[in-house]
Design a protein around this ligand. Structure first.
Ligand code: NAD
Ligand code: IPM
Ligand code: MN
Length: 370
């Protein structure tokens, strides 16, 4: 039986609120026996800036690097609007992704049967939906240089961001997508904008070459990313795995979140390459949503994206498939009972708080293991 070391980074806004709920789930698994989890806790985002003047301290960065998995809440908020760009809360998250080399971001969008009515789309469009967005996470316009605002001296300024992709970055994310497709419905849709972007031309070429070199058994299609966004809301069930760059993946996954009913439902796993010697992957698990300043402190946050992100840690970092399946089932059963936080409730339907949702999921774990 193994002990796994977690670094919990609650962050800002609803981050600490949803982290409190995932801690209940971690404690439940520790009490059950089997593999156990030791949790350390650190500061990230605005909370770290307030304490240390930077969005993550060197000490917490070192802890993240040494951990078996980082469990990340959310960062950001209006309190830090005027903080210098390099110290803004989001910089802590970007540094974790970059320094840990977490290039593969898995964002599954699954429609739980009980929530088939919660989406703004018609029930038959989303019922049974199970798609996976594989977002490249350490390259593209997020990190390309130059990235600056220059003064042109004529009363004008110029803002520059640079979209850069090298072959190896595209190849390794394409491989992740093909490998995952083989465990699902064996289809990958690659999205870029090769009609206007050179990086899109290269993306298309490299994904095609990778496919032709050992992944011919997987069905591959290419789609322009704008049309892909449209297809996601028109008929999302046509997709199995979508592979796309950092920025398109960010936007398309927020769109996909609404297919599932709420941004509060979408978990994610950010994974590095397996270590050549140990096979261990650096990893961080984070909900797709942000710090939700509009509802922070009201007890309205949905903790399911956070709890399901821990479920992804069980599956992808610790290979505890039975535990991961059990946690997914506990979430589904809780929803089947009609328990709803405000974001997934129909108009007029009774709602429960963040803490009550966490407690209900833990109670379902008890029921499932009885
Ligand atoms: P957001 O995801 O925080 O919120 C968007 C909307 O979704 C809000 O109405 C919010 O109330 C709702 N929402 C989000 N999560 C929810 C949950 N768990 N339960 C119920 N409702 C939920 O996005 P935003 O408002 O555009 O950004 C707020 C801040 O969060 C910004 O500073 C942004 O940079 C940051 N952000 C951080 C992350 C992250 O830490 N991973 C991700 C996205 C945005
Ligand atoms: C996400 C967020 C982040 C991103 C921000 C907060 C840096 O929107 O994880 O989806 O743009 O990647
Ligand atoms: Mn986003």
């Amino acid at each position: 039986m193994a002990t796994h070391n977690l670094l919990l980074l609650p962050g800002d806004g609803i981050g600490p609120e949803i982290m409190t709920e995932v801690k209940k789930v971690i404690s439940w698994f520790n009490a059950r026996g089997g593999d156990t989890f030791e949790s350390d806790e650190g500061l990230v985002g605005g909370a770290a800036y307030d304490a240390h003047g930077q969005a993550i301290s060197e000490e917490d960065m070192a802890k993240a690097m040494a951990s078996d998995a980082v469990i990340f809440g959310a960062v950001g908020g209006p309190k830090w609007d005027d903080v210098a760009y390099e110290h803004r809360p989001e910089a802590g998250l970007l540094r974790l992704r970059k320094d840990m080399e977490l290039f593969a971001n898995l964002r599954p969008a699954i429609c739980y049967p009980a929530l088939a009515d919660a989406s703004s789309l018609k029930k038959d469009i989303i019922e049974g939906l199970d798609i996976l967005i594989v977002r490249e996470l350490t390259g593209g316009v997020y990190f390309g240089e130059p990235k600056e605002i220059t003064d042109l001296g004529n009363g004008q300024k110029r803002g520059v961001d640079t979209q850069v992709y090298d072959t190896y970055e595209i190849e390794r994310i394409a491989k992740v997508a093909f490998e995952l497709a083989r465990t699902r419905n064996n289809k990958v849709t690659s999205m870029e904008k090769r009609n206007v972007m050179k990086s899109g031309v290269l993306w298309n070429e490299v994904v095609t070459d990778t496919h032709n070199n050992g992944y011919e058994d997987v069905q591959l299609e290419h789609m322009l990313a704008d049309a892909g966004g449209m297809q996601l809301v028109r008929w999302p069930k046509q997709f199995d795995v979508i592979v796309t760059d950092n920025l398109f993946g960010d936007m398309l996954s927020d769109v996909a979140a609404m297919l599932t009913g709420s941004l509060g439902m979408l978990p994610s796993a950010s994974l590095g390459a397996p270590d050549a010697k140990t096979g261990r992957r650096k990893a961080m698990y984070e909900p797709v949503h942000g710090s939700a300043p509009d509802i922070s402190g009201t007890g309205a946050a949905n903790p399911i994206a956070m709890i399901a992100s821990f479920g992804m840690a069980l599956r992808y970092s610790f290979e505890l498939v039975e535990a991961a399946d059990m946690l997914d089932k506990a979430i589904a059963n809780t929803l089947d009972k009609g328990l709803r936080t405000k974001d997934i409730a129909a108009a007029g339907e009774a709602t429960i708080s963040t803490a009550e949702m966490g407690d209900a999921i833990v109670a379902e774990l008890d029921a499932l293991s009885a």
